[in-house]
Design a protein around this ligand. Structure first.
Ligand code: DHB
Ligand code: MG
Length: 222
C-alpha cells in the first residue's frame, strides 16, 4: 500500500480532478486573474468547488449565501449549481477582491445571478433579514467570526438549509486544545457550536487536496 506522503496524495488529487472535475477555462482564468491581482491563493480546491456545486444541485438550492467572495472561484461553482432564476448573494469585505470577483463572474457568464455585497459580513448579514430564506450558505471568511456567521446562517435559513464551513482542519491544528491562534480558536468555536446548537445537525470531513490538509463541515439546519 502506498503511504499517504504529500507526493502521493497530490497525485491522487490530480487524478480525481482530471477524472471527475475536468478543466474549465472560466474557472482557471478566474484563478489566474486573482493571482495576477495579488489576491491570496486560498480559493477552494477544484474537487471542493465541485462539491459545493453538487450540494447546491442536490439540495435544489435557488438562493445561496456566500460569506467571503475572494475572487469568486467558489461563487462561480455555486452560481452554476442553481437555476437561471436563482441568486447567489456573496459578501466581501475588500473592494479590490470584489472588483476581481465581478470581472470573473461576468466572464464566466453567471454575473446576472450573483450580487456582491461589499462590507464586513457581520454588518451586512443583518440587512438580509426579512428576505426569502437561503437554501444553502457557504461560510469561508475570517475564521474568528465563524460562530457569528453560523448564527446568521440559521437565522437566514430554514429547516433544510445546507450550511458548509470551509477550512475546519487547518493542517491538523483544529485538534490543538491549547492553541492560541485566533483563527484556529474561531474554527473550534464554530465546530463546537455545530455540535451543540439544536438548530444544526452536522459532520465534518478532513480533506487532502490541492490546498493541502484541511477540512469541510457540512450541516443541516433542522
Ligand atoms: C485561509 C483562509 C481560507 O478561507 C482558506 O481556504 C485557506 C486559508 C487563511 O486565512 O489562511
Ligand atoms: Mg476557505
Amino acid at each position: 500500500m502506498t503511504e499517504p506522503t504529500e507526493k502521493a496524495w497530490r497525485r491522487v488529487d490530480r487524478y480525481l480532478t482530471d477524472t471527475l472535475v475536468g478543466h474549465d477555462a472560466a474557472l482557471e482564468q478566474a484563478v489566474a486573474d486573482q493571482n495576477s491581482a495579488g489576491l491570496p491563493s486560498i480559493e477552494v480546491a477544484p474537487v471542493n468547488g465541485k462539491l459545493l456545486h453538487l450540494l447546491a444541485r442536490m439540495s435544489g438550492a435557488r438562493r445561496v449565501l456566500e460569506i467571503g467572495t475572494l475572487g469568486a472561484y467558489s461563487t462561480i461553482w455555486l452560481a452554476r449549481g442553481i437555476p437561471d432564476d436563482g441568486q447567489v448573494i456573496t459578501i466581501e469585505a475588500e473592494p479590490g477582491n470584489a472588483a476581481v470577483a465581478r470581472a470573473n463572474l461576468d466572464r464566466a457568464g453567471v454575473g446576472g445571478k450573483v450580487e456582491i455585497l461589499l462590507g464586513r459580513a457581520a454588518e451586512v448579514l443583518p440587512t438580509l433579514e426579512g428576505q426569502e430564506p437561503f437554501d444553502l450558505v457557504f461560510i469561508d471568511a475570517d475564521k474568528e467570526s465563524n460562530t457569528i456567521y453560523l448564527d446568521w446562517a440559521a437565522r437566514l435559513g430554514r429547516p433544510g438549509t445546507v450550511v458548509v464551513v470551509d477550512n475546519v482542519g487547518r493542517a491538523g491544528r483544529v485538534a490543538d486544545a491549547d492553541t492560541t491562534d485566533p483563527q484556529v480558536i474561531g474554527t473550534q468555536r464554530g465546530l463546537e457550536m455545530l455540535g451543540r446548537d439544536p438548530r444544526f445537525d452536522a459532520t465534518a470531513i478532513q480533506t487532502l487536496d490541492a490546498k493541502g490538509w484541511d477540512g469541510v463541515a457540512i450541516a443541516l439546519v433542522v
